[in-house]
Design a protein around this ligand. Structure first.
Ligand SMILES: Nc1nc2c(ncn2[C@@H]2O[C@H](COP(=O)(O)OP(=O)(O)OP(=O)(O)O)[C@@H](O)[C@H]2O)c(=O)[nH]1
Ligand SMILES: [Mg+2]
Length: 261
């Protein structure tokens, strides 16, 4: 199912139509640096509005007994591939559904629908290409799902290592994928994403023989930003390392769902 048009009702568009309002932005709907104080107020208002919606989503997910995972990464790190493989295991024990965000195309939704899980695709292109999924977008996407028939909802966020981390969508857990082709330094360069997540996947480890990549250093950098965070070394291609990742996901879901039953 393709969901678009949902951002139209937001009253947050830039003059250029690019809807992209959060703290790192320097050219928001006000005259930006002309008044630092004013910019902070606008940003605060946007994030407050998102917080309210995220709280409402969280309440709804609790009422419907749904565990929600927000999966984030740079473009191409392997979110969809990881999900394809994850769903094939998870759907043996849980009723799963997916919301997938992309700027354009329904390619990821088509790939994920092959799992048999209901999938809602969100496209943000006609609104200037939102770089993240906000809470109200998720709320709208839920219209396309039968919430009574879902135990686990996985949200594949838009490929971006910065913006999605700023938006609570009402999820229970957040996971970030860092692929080994991206460099060990990314947790240090993009700390918010790693600080905001509950688990990290170091993906594409099947490529390690062909790269000068220091897995230990990458993991240490992640732990420097978020001490104690589980770091799973995975290959979504071969499913190497999937056991601990799947166990973490299953345990996280069971923990929430058992509290609600
Ligand atoms: N070798 C290898 N390739 C992988 C792995 N995971 C994903 N890929 C490949 O990397 C490319 C991008 O993978 P996707 O799963 O589409 O990445 P994504 O994060 O969903 O990308 P966006 O949704 O565009 O942000 C594809 O060609 C995948 O086949 C892996 O573990 N090993
Ligand atoms: Mg994808």
């Amino acid at each position: 199912m393709l969901l678009d048009g949902i951002n139209r009702r937001k009253a947050l568009h830039h003059k250029d139509g690019h809807d992209h309002h959060h703290p790192h932005n320097s050219d928001g709907p006000v005259e930006t640096r002309a008044s630092g104080t004013r910019e902070i107020k606008v940003v605060r208002r946007v994030l407050d509005a998102n917080e309210i919606m995220a709280r409402a989503n969280r309440q709804l997910f609790a009422e419907r007994r749904i565990f929600v995972l927000n999966l984030m990464s740079s473009p191409g790190s392997g979110k969809t591939t990881t999900l394809e493989k994850t769903l094939s295991h998870l759907m043996q024990d849980f009723r799963c559904a997916v919301i997938v965000g992309d700027i354009c195309t329904t390619q990821d939704a088509d790939r994920l629908a092959a799992s048999g899980a209901p999938v809602v695709q969100i496209n943000t292109d006609e609104f200037g290409g939102d770089c993240h999924l906000a809470a109200h977008v998720i709320e709208k996407a839920l219209d396309g799902l039968d919430l009574e028939a879902i135990d686990i909802l996985i949200v594949e966020n838009i490929g971006n290592l910065v913006c999605p981390a700023e938006f609570d969508i009402g999820e229970d857990k957040r996971a970030v994928i860092l692929s080994v082709t991206e460099g060990e330094d990314k947790p240090l360069k993009y700390p918010l994403m790693f600080r905001a997540c509950d688990a990290a996947l170091l993906n594409k480890i099947d490529l390690l023989p062909y790269l000068d990549y220091d897995v230990k250093l990458a993991a240490a950098n992640i732990l420097q930003i978020k001490p104690g965070m589980p770091v799973f070394e995975t290959s979504a291609k071969t499913e190497e390392g999937f056991g601990p990742w799947l166990a973490w996901l299953r345990d996280s879901a069971k923990e929430k769902l058992s509290k609600l039953s």
